[in-house]
Design a protein around this ligand. Structure first.
Ligand code: TMP
Ligand code: ASP
Length: 253
């Protein structure tokens, strides 16, 4: 499918105009960044794996009537999505303490949280995506109270769904980050899940060994990043084995 004009390039993805009005093509790069671009690498095959994993998850969410921007995967690195206006929030949902909440509140990594906790960060690279409250969000008009309510309800539903999906393949969903967009349909505006859900945006721990199967392998220099992503894809039944051959053949595209 012919790609249109590049309209946005982020750290891990590029958006192009789609074949029809109201559609975009989302291209998954192999680039990995952490700590707001301080740490960078190109990880062969990461984009291919994230495209496949995100396709799998978004398809399942669409199937349970959780609205997403995802339309279909086009090839190994690209998917067709609905054009939305991104709400400038990173919505984090946590089940187990890890990463920034462990540091910020002095909780041991791995401790179960008393209940699932949702946090909002203002999506602004120059500021390092600071944590904000609902007060900030409504005062600065980043989202309305109704949108915040919808976002919380949808995020908790995604959490329940993903927790079960991953538990079924021996993986603990520690936390994840999602983004939402406004989908304009005539007079109507709907809040839909946007961006991606992949090991770049989740913390996934093997339930038996505790092994990290997510981007923390990159952030913390643990090595084996794409092998871990491939393991997630294999367990979900998306790829057949972790042998590099299949990923390498994906990489030809
Ligand atoms: P944190 O513990 O570093 O705040 O991360 C919480 C979750 O959000 C974790 O699953 C990783 C994900 N995340 C992103 O997807 N993008 C980001 O820029 C950051 C900081 C975290
Ligand atoms: N995505 C963020 C960055 O590129 C941070 C992260 O995921 O750790 O800096």
């Amino acid at each position: 499918m012919a790609k249109g004009r590049k309209i946005y390039e982020g750290k891990a993805k590029i958006l192009y105009e789609g074949p029809e009005p109201g559609t975009l093509i989302q291209y998954f790069k192999d680039d990995a960044t952490a700590f707001n671009n301080e740490k960078r690498a190109v990880l062969d095959g990461k984009g291919v794996l994230n495209n496949r994993i995100s396709e799998f998850i978004m398809t399942q969410l669409n199937n349970i009537s959780l609205p997403t921007h995802f339309l279909k995967r086009l090839n190994m690195r690209e998917q067709l999505i609905k054009e939305v206006e991104i709400i400038p929030l990173e919505v984090i949902c946590r089940n187990v303490a890890a990463g920034s909440i462990a540091k910020r509140l002095g909780i041991e990594e791995g401790a179960a949280l008393p209940r699932s906790i949702i946090e909002f960060c203002y999506k602004k690279d120059e500021l390092g995506d600071p944590l904000v409250s609902e007060e900030h969000i409504t005062a600065f008009n980043w989202a309305t109270s109704q949108e915040i309510d919808d976002i919380i309800a949808m995020t908790l539903r995604i959490n329940d769904f993903l927790t079960g999906l991953f538990a079924g393949v021996g993986i603990k969903l520690v936390d994840f980050k999602v983004e939402y967009g406004r989908l304009y349909e005539g007079e109507m505006v709907r809040t839909v899940l946007a961006d991606e859900i992949s090991p770049d945006s989740c913390r996934l721990w093997d339930m038996t060994t505790g092994e990290k199967l997510d981007k923390d392998r990159f952030r913390r220099d643990l090595g084996g990043v794409t092998d871990a992503y491939a393991e997630v894809a294999r367990r979900l039944g998306i790829i057949k084995d972790t042998a590099g051959a299949e990923i390498l053949s994906f990489n030809q595209e």
